[in-house]
Design a protein around this ligand. Structure first.
Ligand code: ADP
Ligand code: ZN
Ligand code: MG
Length: 481
């Protein structure tokens, strides 16, 4: 039996207006190549980098959200290497004085420790065509602020690694530090994987897996890699310390390069950027701007709204929907009287089922229904003024047009029939059309009543309240015996 050991290295592109050391636009999604570049991010001689304060504060905020110790003193270092996507011939990074150290993130009741978080800059992007024998380079991404987070080897399964990455993404989004879409390369995860025999103290030789472009591939690649290593060890072979790439199509890892034990980046302090100092007051100020985090929100939603764990999870992960939900609940309250549990649950139900499917089908994420109108709809449903079948139609129309429920109900002619005479007329018609059901009722077959009720709902297009329809049917049927 073998246990996997996993440590993650995560790179995140920060969402700032400008790049890390110049005033070029930070737009990693720009399609037109080499438009957001300048002499500074191209590393021309004589230019001077100036550190982006917003980016640094964002990294510190992430560190605080993850319970890290924030450095009182920190600095930038040059990491020297040659690669065509690196115009300066070195990357400005942080070596021995990272901004944040020693944090943790709770995943499934277990703390995953964070070794460090530091600040650096992104590289450009190489474009290799299939047909040409040359490559092109786009430097729009060069110099975009990049945060690197390294975990301790605390993770013991592929699912746990995935959960860590997902929770980190959620925190980054809550902080507004990054959109952290893995598919867009805004968040890039590298997994260090080793396995060891149960009972063995020492960790096994690790393999670093790159090219993980989705949560799914993080999980699949670790599963594959742990199994590959187990098989080798079972055969009595050794694990080579190396870097492997994940091939998503073939669902396997492939060797990229044997570990560069001797890789020497010749780190030295960046002479063009003064070292940094952070006072306790400055750190406290950044701390005070840390918003409610996903885990706090989970706990609060469960206590405050009495929703199930699954319901809470959706409202926490879909942050905008969760905020909308809270606005609706506050609209449902009247003055000092808070919304009832029944109303809250009803609002959650409609948001997580009907509204969510409407959002999924729609091209935009925007909810055109005001919280006030949504709460009015919930009140109509709760009071039984409209049936749930009609509520669905009304909601869809509100979603499409942004109109309030009363107008929609009127426009679509969906008001309930309240006239007792009209209800009785429909009931008589239904009974006369279904003589067999009437006979059955006379014989005491209870389900004939349900059948007739169904017919009546159909005939009225759902515009009779079921309780009233049933009452009227019972009365007429009993009279006819
Ligand atoms: P390196 O010097 O090769 O960069 P580090 O000690 O800095 O190695 O660790 C890099 C990453 O690898 C960290 O996330 C760490 O948790 C993880 N790691 C270290 N040793 C192991 C191991 N034996 N198995 C799995 N992951 C490991
Ligand atoms: Zn620039
Ligand atoms: Mg290292």
């Amino acid at each position: 039996m073998y246990t996997p050991t996993i440590g993650l290295e995560v790179h995140v592109e920060l969402k700032t207006r400008s790049k890390m050391f110049c005033s070029c636009k930070n737009d990693p999604l720009e399609k037109q190549p080499n438009v957001n570049i300048c002499p500074v991010c191209m590393g021309h001689p004589g230019t001077l980098p100036v550190a982006n304060e917003d980016a640094i504060k964002k990294v510190i905020q992430v560190g605080l959200a993850l319970g890290c110790t924030i450095a009182e003193r920190s600095k930038f270092d040059r990491k020297n290497y040659f690669y065509p996507d690196l115009p300066k011939g070195y990357q400005i990074s942080q070596y021995d004085m990272p901004l944040c150290e020693k944090g943790k993130l709770l995943i499934g009741g277990k703390d995953i420790h964070i070794t460090r978080i530091h600040m650096e800059e992104d590289t450009g992007r190489l474009l290799h065509g299939d047909k040409q024998d040359y490559s092109l380079v786009d430097f729009n991404r060069a110099g975009i602020p990049l945060m690197e987070l390294v975990t301790e080897p605390d993770i013991t399964s592929a699912a746990e690694a995935r959960a860590f990455a997902q929770e980190l993404q959620l925190i980054l989004r809550y902080l507004g530090a990054s959109d952290a879409n893995m598919e867009q390369g805004e968040m890039r995860v590298e997994a260090n994987v080793s396995v060891r025999k149960e009972g063995q103290e020492k960790l096994g030789t690790k393999v670093e897996v790159k090219n993980l472009n989705s949560f799914r591939s993080v999980e699949k690649a670790i599963l594959f890699e742990a199994e590959r290593q187990e098989e080798l060890l079972e055969k009595g072979e050794k694990i080579a310390q190396e870097t492997r790439g994940w091939n998503d199509a073939k669902e396997e890892t492939v060797s990229q390069r044997e570990k560069e034990e001797a890789h020497d980046y010749r780190y030295f302090p960046e002479p063009d950027i003064p070292p940094m100092r952070f006072s306790q007051d400055e750190i406290a100020m950044i701390q005070s701007r840390v918003p409610e985090l996903p885990q706090q929100k989970r706990e609060r939603f469960q206590n405050q709204y009495g929703l199930s764990q699954q319901e809470v999870e959706v409202l926490v992960v879909k942050k905008a929907l969760g905020e909308y939900f809270e606005n609706v609940v506050s609209e449902l309250g009247k003055g000092d009287v808070p919304a009832t549990q029944k109303e809250i649950q009803l609002a959650a139900n409609y948001m997580l089922s009907d509204l969510s499917s409407l959002l999924n089908e729609s091209s935009s994420e925007e909810i055109r229904i005001t919280a006030e109108d949504f709460s009015e709809l919930i009140v109509l449903i709760q009071k039984g003024t409209i049936s749930s079948a009609i509520a669905k139609k009304v909601l869809a129309e509100m979603f499409a047009t942004g109109k309030d429920p009363d107008h929609v109900i009127e426009d679509l002619g969906l008001s309930l029939i309240s006239d007792q005479g009209e209800i009785e007329r429909i009931a008589r018609e239904v009974i006369s059309k279904n003589p067999k059901a009437l006979e059955d009722f006379k014989k005491g077959k209870e389900n004939s009543l349900q059948f007739l009720l169904g017919q009546m709902m159909g005939a009225s297009k759902g515009k009779v309240q079921p309780e009233i329809a049933l009452e009227v049917l019972k009365k007429l049927l009993t009279e006819s015996i």
